[in-house]
Design a protein around this ligand. Structure first.
Ligand SMILES: [Zn+2]
Length: 337
């Protein structure tokens, strides 16, 4: 999807108001947690490996729920996680009903690392792709599926490369990697009254009680990755993230600054987006989203968003590297308790 909740003019205004709030929260958080300001890159995030995981997903074709490519990609993600030594694997199959009445077979997957740690964090990405390129400049393409190199495969690829690292070196904190289905089957007509038509996989998971968690052992926060591989992408604070999940938002953007990725992570609000982080936050896991939502050219999502041009040619390994190194550093700096 996803849809602008806050138009740019509004976002600027809200940004001005809320950057003050973020600043205040930052001071409090810093004092409490004494963040590690070292600029060492922790782990070995390979952007080339992440790029390969994107090409492997694209080889299945579109990953629209119910399609052959979707089934193949489901098995691919599970196989990769098994190969990367996940301590636990939760595979949640289900059926959801899309806004147009279509029944969609979906699968949410959660891989656990360091499962005996008393404190956990959640990293998430959606793995499905949109069935319609309804933002394509050519209306003849509107009923075709998007390739989903950036919108779908990029977030999954970064998570898989993080999994490969976690298999080599344990984090101090418990880390769960969640691959969410059916994010992108939503109704893009109208403006603000169709939020629930998006993010069907995360909504299903929440309705089913958020397995494998119990209410008393939810992850302390979440980081959602969506459209994290675009050419020259820059990532601004997302409106709902900085308003409702300030702690992980500050952690991520501060860490980007520590390791000199502040050319990519900009500490200003870029706009508001409906995505899985909104539902996860409401369900009790304050979650920030890293998403390109203030592209220089469009002043919104990247130009290939929901078009047939969201293919491998748009993927930028420098972007994957900035995001992957930043998130992996957050993970490895996180304390056990
Ligand atoms: Zn999308």
């Amino acid at each position: 999807m996803k849809k602008w909740i806050v138009m740019i003019a509004g976002a600027m205004l809200l940004g001005a108001i809320n950057s003050a709030c973020v600043g205040k929260e930052k001071t409090k958080s810093d004092a409490e947690q004494q963040p590690d300001r070292t600029s060492q890159i922790l782990g070995q995030f390979s952007a080339d490996s992440a790029y390969r995981y994107i090409t492997e997903q694209l080889a299945f074709g579109p990953r629209v729920p119910g399609s052959e490519g979707h089934r193949a990609c489901r098995d691919y993600i599970i196989n990769r996680l098994e190969g990367f030594g996940a301590d636990s694997l939760m595979i949640q199959d289900g059926i959801v009903t899309a806004y147009d009445g279509t029944k969609l077979p979906i699968t949410n997957i959660i891989a656990g690392y360091n499962i005996n740690a008393p404190r956990r964090i959640l990293l998430a990405a959606h793995w499905d792709t949109r069935p319609w390129a309804d933002k394509d400049h050519d209306s003849g393409n509107h009923s075709k599926p998007v390739p989903g190199a950036n919108d779908g495969a990029s977030g999954v690829a970064v998570l898989l490369e993080i999994a490969r690292n976690l298999a080599i070196k344990d984090p101090n904190v418990g880390v769960d990697l969640m691959f969410i289905d059916a994010e992108d089957y939503g109704d893009d007509k109208g403006f603000s009254d169709n939020e629930d038509t998006w993010c069907l996989g995360s909504q299903y998971w929440i309705k089913q009680g958020m397995p494998p968690y119990h209410p008393e052992n939810l992850p302390v926060y979440g980081i959602l990755l969506d459209m994290v591989g675009g050419r020259d992408a820059r990532f601004y604070y997302e409106y709902f993230s900085q308003a409702n999940a300030a702690n992980p938002t500050i952690k991520v953007w501060s860490e980007a600054e520590n390791i000199n990725h502040n050319d990519r992570f900009i500490r200003r609000v870029g706009g508001g987006v409906t995505d899985d982080h909104v539902f996860l936050t409401r369900a009790g896991i304050p979650t920030t989203v890293i998403i390109e939502c203030l592209n220089d050219q469009t002043q919104s999502f990247p130009p290939v968003w929901h078009t047939v041009d969201d293919d491998i040619n748009y993927i930028d390994t420098k972007t994957l590297k900035a995001v992957g190194e930043t998130v992996l550093n957050v993970v490895y700096k996180e304390k056990r308790y």
